[in-house]
Design a protein around this ligand. Structure first.
Ligand SMILES: Cc1ncc(C[n+]2csc(CCOP(=O)(O)OP(=O)(O)O)c2C)c(N)n1
Ligand SMILES: [Mg+2]
Length: 596
């Protein structure tokens, strides 16, 4: 039997080793879906509730496996729905390929039903590579390139296949003029650093006496090397949000997250250092980096397009983190004066003590920090942790202690609401043997997460380890923004925009056959985590937490922040005025870009 373009498309994906494609159907891809049936669902079509969720699942899959994520959608509305997820991939630099349908070639340009100019639509998000397949011979080359460019540039790419083309007989490109044959597979190099640059970098790092390291997601494959370098240089290590899983938070010199959601010791590390080494990070908030004249600096990044930005670096070293650090190590002299390291470690120890105390402060009914504190104690060494955008991202960044091989991620740069539950699903399909834990606000659950729990219902029994925990921060509020308005705009909560309808999340999860617990007492939390982490199926923890615990700027203490909240609630205008100023001053000290 002859093979259609769609049959061949799937065959080629199999050749690339693609195992899962996250998608949602529609007649713009009916030809491909029919081929999927003939191919006995290989690669596996994972059905999401919404194309944005399919794209987030592909992003989650890519983030947690390091492999390219695939998603598919119909023409017009389906393709449009993918966009937010694809932008998430673009901004966090992960490879995702979108395969979408289009109206038949005969109707194109006719303002036909569901006809959207997809090349233009995807031109920004998938600008590195977006192509339409118009004849069968073109397919292998454009598909191969879509995958390879996505991997090479760590970016989304898109392939548009008109519906009639999907059903044409596949014809391979020949050995002829204007034919472009192609091949699958890529052996990527480890990019070695330039010798002279390594010596220069080592000299600079040896000359410093207070070294700070900023590690991002690019340092993930270089954990041992990073630890060695930090040890030799007597340095503290701050982690960008996407690099939270690069080093264990149990190391005494790891200062935790940096930035708006960062920790006090990371702030002190950056403000007090005389030398900065940035490894695999594009961290954007430069006001949290050392003052411009204060430090000499080296950056290591694999991508020459992104190096040298954000700080006046003295040495910009393009290489993969592991090779670069390995090359550096023999040139580094162990710093004999450990006083800087001691200072950093003292700050870190104080920080964790403070975090514990803050988590223990009573709230009404539950202090959200306690949820994270209780998980820290129980976090399985191989867990995958996801935080949605909202207050949970703050607590994830500051309260949650990573260790072992824990992996974690969130929408770091786009900071979009809604990827929590689908990232977790993508992660489970990437490695079903690891437990996944998702933190999501009630706003994110209402936006995306509740519907996507239906996808969990559909697939969880295929996961070898069925543990998939969604912890809902149930505060009936779009809390992060409520607090941003209070702290930055000095504006009280605008109920109409901020208050959320109360929903029975646990009841909903139960209706899907998942385990669920409603938690409204602090002393129930530990047990709830224990049960969720031992369950034989996915669990939703519906935790009633206090919207008046502010996700505060890093150096305001919880007590002060709680004070603010209480004053606000009492409607005590004078007190509110004073406190509002206090929070604002603190915020402005750390967040100068929010001045306006
Ligand atoms: C798609 C999208 N819409 C709006 C926002 C702005 N935003 C950021 S956090 C947030 C509130 C999230 O509320 P919820 O999910 O309930 O979490 P909470 O902060 O209450 O814990 C909003 C509206 C965003 N980041 N992304
Ligand atoms: Mg909320």
């Amino acid at each position: 039997m002859s093979q259609t373009v769609a049959d061949y498309l799937l065959e080629r994906l199999r050749e690339w080793g693609v195992e899962k494609v996250f998608g949602f159907p529609g007649d713009g891809i009916n030809g491909i879906l029919a081929a999927w049936g003939r191919a006995k669902n290989d690669p596996m079509f994972v059905q999401a509730r919404h194309e944005e969720m399919a794209a987030f699942e592909a992003v989650g899959y890519a983030k947690f496996t390091g492999r390219v994520g695939l998603c598919t959608a119909t023409s017009g509305p389906g393709a449009i729905h993918l966009l937010n997820g694809l932008y998430d991939a673009k901004l966090d630099h992960v490879p995702v390929v979108a395969i979408v349908g289009q109206t038949s070639r005969s109707a194109m340009g006719g303002s036909y039903q569901q006809e959207v100019d997809l090349l233009s639509l995807f031109k920004d998000v998938a600008g590195e590579y977006v192509q339409m397949v118009t004849v069968p011979e073109q397919l292998p080359n454009v598909l191969d390139r879509a995958i390879r460019v996505a991997e090479a540039e760590r970016t989304p790419t898109a392939l548009i296949v008109p519906s009639d083309v999907q059903e044409l007989e596949y014809v391979a490109p020949g050995h002829a003029f204007k034919m472009a044959p192609s091949s699958t597979g890529t052996r990527w190099p480890s990019v070695s650093p330039d010798d002279a640059a390594v010596r220069e970098a080592a000299q600079l790092l040896n000359a410093g006496s207070k070294v700070a390291i900023l590690a991002g997601q690019g340092a993930r494959g270089a954990r041992d090397e990073l630890m060695q370098v930090a040890e030799l240089l007597g340095a503290g290590v701050a982690k960008a949000l996407l690099g939270k899983d690069v080093l264990s938070d149990e190391l005494p010199y790891v200062t935790g997250s940096i930035g708006l959601l960062g920790t006090r010791p990371s702030y002190d590390l950056m403000m007090g250092c005389d030398t900065l080494l940035t490894v695999g990070s594009n961290f954007p908030y430069t006001q949290f980096m050392p003052p411009l004249e204060a430090a000499r600096a080296v950056q290591i990044d694999i991508d020459g397009k992104y190096i040298g930005m954000r700080y006046p670096y003295d040495v910009n070293l393009v290489a993969d983190a592991r090779s670069a650090l390995r090359a550096l190590i023999p040139h580094l002299q162990r710093k004999s004066d450990r006083s800087w390291r001691d200072e950093v470690e003292k700050g870190v120890a104080r920080w964790w003590e403070t975090m514990e105390m803050e988590a223990m402060v009573e709230a009404d009914p539950i202090n959200p920090m306690l949820i994270f504190h209780e998980l820290s104690k129980r976090l399985p060494d191989d867990a995958i942790v996801v935080a949605d955008s909202g207050s949970s991202a703050n607590w994830y960044a500051r309260q949650l202690k990573f260790r072992g091989n824990v992996r974690g991620s969130l929408s770091g740069t786009l900071a979009t609401m809604g990827p929590g539950v689908p990232y977790g699903i993508g992660a489970k399909f990437g490695d079903p043997s690891r437990p996944a834990i998702v933190f999501a606000g009630d706003g994110s659950m209402q936006m995306n997460g509740m519907a996507e729990l239906i996808t969990v219902k559909r697939y969880w029994q295929q996961w070898s380890d069925p543990r998939y925990v969604v912890c809902v921060l149930h505060n009936d509020d779009l809390n992060q923004v409520t607090w941003e308005m209070r702290a930055m705009q000095g504006a009280p909560k605008f109920e109409e925009s901020q208050r959320l309808p109360d929903v029975d999340y646990a009841g909903f999860a139960r209706s899907l056959g998942l385990a669920a617990e409603y938690v409204d007492q602090p002393n129930q939390l530990g047990g709830a985590w224990d049960r969720a982490l031992a369950a034989d199926r996915p669990t939703l923890l519906d935790v009633r937490c206090d919207p008046d615990v502010p996700p505060v700027p890093p150096h305001a203490t919880f007590a002060e922040a709680k004070d603010t909240a209480q004053a606000l609630l009492k409607g005590d205008e004078d007190r509110w005025g004073v406190i509002k100023e206090g929070v604002k001053v603190k915020a402005q000290e750390l967040l100068p870009h929010h001045d306006s």
